[in-house]
Each structure stands twice: as structure tokens, then as C-alpha cells.
Design a protein around this ligand. Structure first.
Ligand SMILES: NC(=O)c1ccc[n+]([C@@H]2O[C@H](COP(=O)([O-])OP(=O)(O)OC[C@H]3O[C@@H](n4cnc5c(N)ncnc54)[C@H](O)[C@@H]3O)[C@@H](O)[C@H]2O)c1
Length: 674
């Protein structure tokens, strides 16, 4: 697959860099050699910064840069599959580019625009084949910010939209779907937030530092609206408010102070004393405005409640999106703030919020979506891309409901379990564990795990074929979920493992039982005892997954796997030669035996490495895991699973579990063995 970007400016160079980072060859086009060179230099500078921050090595940076081919020759776009236009925000310039692209590219090349303010449908109107056109709105800096708004135009071919969406996932992006409306999803409420801050300044409710400090406290963000405008450019904020005003009216008109600063490209003066007494008044306005705008865009079908929140979290790095903020504040209070905004601007009260107020209940977020295609295949997608689809009670509950519905629906003849974004499922929600240990509620963890086991059991016993679509990173509970399916089809980029004993616990959702029934006791003890991460190819050799395919044809491979029907009784796969020493040693040795062995004296490199890893991991967790792997393998599966559950209270009660779970993302603790 070959990709291209036209316009090697701030956005274009970053988009090309991201594509190259994900392994694609990219053609980067600008007007002339100088424009191209500027773009290449921008990429080199950002990569250099990445090397300095140890995000990649100098060699990796070189490889990435080497995948970007800069040119001003349109004919070099003849063979590209997707081209993203990121030229000046000028309709005529953009339309001329599309006409050049329609001449230069293949008939099936997807042409996308990164426009911030124009309508995708309008931009496509002069094209010969507008059905191949779509909006892909990236956020600055596009090599670092994962969010992309996917905006079909009125004439976009739905299959092309699907393809463009999948490609964004391949690029490691977090796509959200938006209707072709001014400001799309994120800028609509974000720019309103900025403009409202200026209104509060003009109305004398607070000075610049007070408004910034109040906003930081209420939204949990690192920078207030004025600080942020200074960083991203005040003129951009001014232009963006004008775009919204043109479509949505007076409420969005840029305030005189914004026009003044924007026109003169003058930064805000951030100096002065913070007056905390003004915080409440400021935040009533800022929150009320964001809530009103977010609810209205959902009412209009521009974006969903979930995507609006994902947009805020991923694109703006707000800890909580507008709807999570509404829930946190309480529906009644949020509704009162929105009512004040509506009264001021003579707007109707938004329906989505009225429904919640009438029901007296908070927003419930769809964490699992179901899509049934015309062949009767139901795809259940866990949609928490920014949390790498981690399992928590709400996800398990919704997955259970979706699975029950699909498995009992006579129109469904096969079920796919998938994860949105870059990961399949990266384990369980660690914060949930930590919070419950701190609240002395290990019983809740036990009941969450029992619910998870019951769901996985239903998946395992389902009479319809169930396939795990393992698109990327799969850890712990994610791997256990996949193992409960009839077949696992992994993307070649997927990696998987059981990290639990490294954080003080053991796999409790069937990992100690279903793994040994696929790959044997020795290999299971090895994987769980060392936390070794496998590539998809290694997992295939071992028999842990059933098929591997490049991401672009993963869906076809999943369909092939579904066609094989439900899984027959599994027998343990023969361990490949390169793992035999490890498998034998782990099968025959207790944890203590393994610790006594000297890695330096082992002839087998893999075994030596495995032994080196063990001492840093949690001893109680490994001992229990080994015990239940060994005893469980001799039992029928349901009893093995009971064994797994039986030790949860013990393991979550250890100091090692608490310290290990709290250490995630930081330095691992030294385990005490208690
Ligand atoms: N800057 C942002 O934060 C941001 C965020 C999202 C979207 N966007 C959108 O992305 C687009 C690009 O913005 P930018 O900030 O990167 O602009 P920019 O001015 O930094 O870069 C534009 C580039 O396009 C090149 N160019 C102009 N006409 C061309 C043509 N006919 N053929 C080839 N190259 C041409 C220019 O030489 C320049 O290098 C705009 O549509 C903008 O609205 C910008």
C-alpha cells in the first residue's frame, strides 16, 4: 500500500511522517523543490526530537525518513492508494489540487481533504468522481496526536469510507465519525470554549489568568484557553469562530478582543493575579457553553455522545469529554447551566439532555457496538480505543448483552469479536483493581472476574462460530477473551502476552486453563511466569493463534475462519523445536527449581533469557499460577476455571498485588513475596 500527502506544511509533513512511522511508503508533494525541502526538514526535526527523547533510535528515524519521498511532480502519484490533501485553506487552491489529482492518480485512489473549515461535499462538487472523496481531519501535531475525524461527504462511496476508516486504524490513529458540518465534532465545542473565555474577559467576570486557572480546575486540563491560543496561534482561533458563526449564528461570533488579537496576530497577556472567588461564575459559563454545543451537535447527528468524548480525550487531551463532565456534575445541575446558555441565545434546549433529565439518569456510553452485515456476520467491537479497549465491569456487561443478543438472533450465523483502534484488548482496567483494593472491596474484583468468566464461557460454548479479530496489542484479559473464541485470527502486527505476574497477579479469566489446552502446560507456565510477549508469527507457530494476515486483509481472513464453523475439540499442539527446551524445563520444574537454575549455565538461549526474567516478578502470583496451571490441566475445564477463581481473594490481598498494580506505567516494585 502506497500513500501520499499533498502540501508539505505543518500538517502535511506531520501526516506523512506518521504514515512512514507506521511502515508505509509515502509520496510528499509540494509546489516546488523548496516547499518539498521545507517539509522534509520539518520531518527530520521532529524525528530528531524523538531520538533525543528516546522514542526511537537514530536508525529507526533514518528508516522513517527514508520512506518519505518528496517531489513536486504529480505524475509520481500514479500508483498511490490514498492521498491526503493538506494545502492552504483556500477553496480555489484546493479545487485545483483535486483536478490535478484526478488526472494523476488511479481511478480507485481515495482522495481526502484535511480541511478545517470547508464542507467536504462542497469541495467535492467540482470533481469528476466525487464518490472517491472524503474528509480526514487530523489534529496538530498529526504525528503525535492520534485523533482523526472521518467525514463522509454527501457523495462519498460507503465502501470507500470503510476503507479509509480501516486505513486510519492501520496508521495507529483513533478515528471518530463526523457528519459534514462546520467545525465537525471537536472544533465545534472546543472553539466555543475559547470564544466563551474571551467573552468572560470582555464582560469583566475575570482576568486572563483567573479564567485560565478556573478552566484548568474545571476541565482538568494543563493549559487554559488563553495560554492555549498563544501556543496554537490566536488567528486560527479567530478564523475558526468565524466559520462557526457563519453556520451557527451569533453565539459563535468572535468577540471584539479576539478579532483584535487575531488580526494583529498578538498574543494574550497572561500576567496578573488569580481571583479564585470568580471561579464558579467562570466555570458555569464555560461548562454550560461546552455542554450546550456538544449536546446540540449530537442532536444534529454530527457525532455520537461516545465519539464526542473520545474526540475531547484523544484530540484535546481533556481527561473527560463533555458528556463525562455532565455525568460528573450531575444531570440536573448540567441542565441548569445549559438552560442559562439557551435562554441567553434564544436556543432550544437540546433533546439528548432533556431525555436524560426526564429519565433522571446519567448518560450511558456504548462501549461495545454491534454491526450485522448482510451475510449474517455480527461484529461486536469494544470501543474504548483510548483505553486500548481495557476490560472493566461496564465493558463486560455490555459485551455480555451484545453477545447474548447476537448468539440468540436467528439472523446471525457467525460472530466476530473486535477491538477499535490500534489494540485488540490490552488487559483489564488496572485502576478498577487498585480502587477496589484501596476500598477494601476485593469481593467486587472477584465478582467482576466471575462475570467475565461466565461471559467467556458462553463464548466458548456458543453454537455459532466465534472468531477473535486480533488487530493489534493483546494482553492479559484480551488474550483470555480471544482464547475463549473458536478461532483467533491475528494481524501480522499483533503482539500478545500475559503480563500479570509482573504486576503481582495472575490471569484470572481462563488464561491459566485455556492456554494449556492449546499449547501445553510447559509453554503456559513459561508465558505466564515470564510475561514473554509473542509476535503474531511466533504465536502461530506455537498454536496459540490459528491464522495470521496483514491488517489490510484481516477481515477476509476472519471470514475464512468463520466459514470453518465452530471449533472442534482442541488437542495440544506439538511444541516447535525452538521452544522445546523451555517447554520441557518449565513443565518439569517448580518455581523454586527454576529460581535455583543458573541462566549463565543454560545451553539454550531462550531458556536462559526466561530464567533471567523470573526473579523480578511476583513470587506469590507465579506460585499460584503454576499450581493452577498444573492441577487445572488434569481437570475438566469448568473445574479448572473454578480453581482460578478460588485464589483471587488471596492474590488481590497481597501487598505485592497492590504495589504491582499501582506501578503500571512506572518503575516495577521489588516484590516481597507477600
Ligand atoms: N494547522 C493546523 O493546526 C491544522 C489542523 C487541522 C487541519 N488543518 C488544515 O490543514 C491544511 C494545511 O494546513 P497547514 O497548517 O499545514 O498549512 P501550511 O501553510 O503550513 O502548509 C500548506 C502547504 O501546502 C503547500 N501548497 C499550497 N498550494 C499547493 C499546491 N497547489 N500543491 C502542492 N502544495 C501546495 C504550501 O507550499 C505549504 O507547504 C489546511 O486545510 C488547514 O485548514 C490545519
Amino acid at each position: 500500500m502506497k500513500l501520499a500527502v499533498v502540501g508539505a506544511g505543518n500538517m502535511g509533513s506531520g501526516i506523512a511522517q506518521k504514515m512512514a512511522t507506521e511502515g508505509f511508503d509515502v509520496v510528499l508533494v509540494d509546489l516546488d523543490a523548496q516547499g518539498v525541502q521545507r517539509g522534509m526538514d520539518r520531518i527530520a526535526a521532529v524525528l530528531e526530537e524523538g531520538v533525543a527523547r528516546r522514542l526511537f533510535t537514530a536508525t529507526q528515524a533514518q528508516t522513517i525518513q527514508g520512506r518519505v519521498h518528496g517531489t513536486h511532480e504529480w505524475r509520481e502519484l500514479a500508483e498511490v492508494d490514498l492521498v491526503v490533501e493538506a494545502v492552504f485553506e483556500d477553496v480555489d487552491v484546493k479545487r485545483r489540487v483535486y483536478s490535478e489529482l484526478e488526472n494523476a492518480c488511479r481511478a480507485d485512489t481515495i482522495i481526502a481533504t484535511n480541511t478545517s473549515s470547508f464542507s467536504v461535499t462542497d469541495l467535492a462538487s467540482g470533481m469528476e468522481h466525487p464518490q472517491r472523496f472524503i474528509g480526514l481531519h487530523y489534529f496538530f501535531h498529526p504525528a503525535k496526536n492520534r485523533l482523526v475525524e472521518v467525514i463522509p461527504g454527501a457523495m462519498s462511496d460507503p465502501l470507500l469510507v470503510e476503507k479509509a476508516w480501516r486505513l486510519q486504524e492501520q496508521l495507529g490513529k483513533t478515528p471518530i465519525r463526523c457528519a459534514d458540518a462546520s467545525g465537525f465534532v471537536v472544533n465545534r465545542f472546543f472553539v466555543s470554549w475559547l470564544n466563551e473565555a474571551v467573552r468572560l474577559l470582555e464582560e469583566g467576570v475575570g482576568n486572563v489568568p483567573t479564567i485560565d486557572a478556573a478552566a484548568k480546575a474545571a476541565f482538568g486540563v494543563g493549559m487554559g484557553p488563553f495560554e492555549l491560543m498563544n501556543v496554537t496561534g490566536v488567528p486560527i482561533a479567530m478564523h475558526a469562530t468565524r466559520t462557526l458563526e457563519a453556520r451557527f449564528g451569533a453565539m459563535h461570533a468572535p468577540l471584539p478582543a479576539l478579532v483584535e488579537h487575531g488580526t494583529e496576530n498578538r498574543e494574550w497577556d497572561l500576567g496578573g493575579a488569580v481571583d479564585e472567588a470568580a471561579f464558579d461564575a467562570i466555570n458555569e459559563h464555560l461548562l454550560g457553553t461546552v455542554f450546550q454545543v456538544a449536546c446540540r451537535l449530537v442532536d444534529e447527528g454530527v457525532g455520537s455522545v461516545e465519539d464526542t468524548d473520545i474526540g475531547a480525550r484523544v484530540g484535546l487531551r481533556w481527561p473527560r469529554g463533555p458528556f463525562e463532565l455532565i455525568n460528573a456534575l450531575g444531570i440536573e445541575r448540567a441542565a441548569a447551566l445549559v438552560e442559562a446558555v439557551c435562554a441567553r441565545w434564544s436556543l432550544d434546549f437540546p433533546t439528548v439532555l432533556a431525555e436524560r433529565r426526564d429519565a433522571g439518569a446519567p448518560f450511558v456510553f456504548a462501549l461495545v457496538t454491534t454491526d450485522i452485515d448482510n451475510t449474517g456476520i455480527a461484529t461486536l467491537t469494544i470501543n474504548r480505543p483510548d483505553a486500548m479497549n481495557a476490560l472493566n465491569p461496564a465493558v463486560v456487561e455490555q459485551l455480555e448483552a451484545a453477545f447474548t443478543a447476537a448468539s440468540t438472533d436467528p439472523a446471525v450465523n457467525g460472530i466476530v469479536i473486535a477491538g477499535a483502534g490500534k489494540a485488540f484488548v490490552a488487559g483489564a482496567d488496572i485502576k478498577y483493581f487498585v480502587d477496589n483494593i484501596e476500598a477494601d472491596s476485593i469481593a467486587r474484583i472477584e465478582s467482576f472476574t466471575a462475570d467475565g468468566q461466565a461471559l467467556f464461557d458462553a463464548i466458548d460454548r456458543c453454537e455459532k462460530p466465534v472468531v477473535a479479530r486480533m488487530n493489534g496489542l493483546t494482553l492479559g484479559g484480551g488474550l483470555e477473551l480471544a482464547l475463549a473464541c473458536d478461532r483467533i485470527v491475528a494481524a501480522d502486527r499483533a503482539t500478545m502476552g500475559f503480563p500479570e505476574t509482573g504486576i503481582g497477579i495472575y490471569p484470572g479469566l481462563g488464561g491459566t486453563q485455556r492456554t494449556s489446552r492449546r499449547i501445553g502446560v510447559g509453554m503456559t507456565k513459561y508465558l505466564i511466569g515470564t510475561g514473554q510477549v509473542l509476535t503474531a508469527e511466533q504465536a502461530l507457530q506455537l498454536g496459540l493463534v490459528d491464522a495470521v494476515a496483514p491488517l489490510e486483509i484481516l477481515d477476509a481472513a476472519v471470514r475464512d475462519a468463520l466459514a470453518l464453523g465452530t471449533g472442534a475439540e482442541r488437542s495440544v499442539t506439538t511444541t516447535p523445536a525452538q521452544y522445546r527446551a523451555v517447554a520441557n524445563c518449565f513443565e518439569q520444574s517448580s518455581y523454586e527449581d527454576l529460581l535455583l537454575r543458573d541462566p549463565a549455565k543454560e545451553g539454550d538461549a531462550l531458556l536462559a533469557k526466561a530464567l533471567q526474567k523470573m526473579p523480578a516478578r511476583a513470587p506469590v502470583a507465579i506460585r499460584i499460577a503454576f499450581d493452577i496451571i498444573e492441577s487445572g490441566a488434569a481437570l475438566p475445564l469448568p473445574q479448572g476455571l473454578e480453581l482460578e477463581l478460588a485464589h483471587l481473594n488471596t492474590i488481590f490481598g497481597t501487598r505485592d498485588a497492590y504495589n504491582g498494580l499501582r506501578s503500571v506505567g512506572g518503575k516495577p516494585p521489588v516484590y516481597e513475596g507477600a
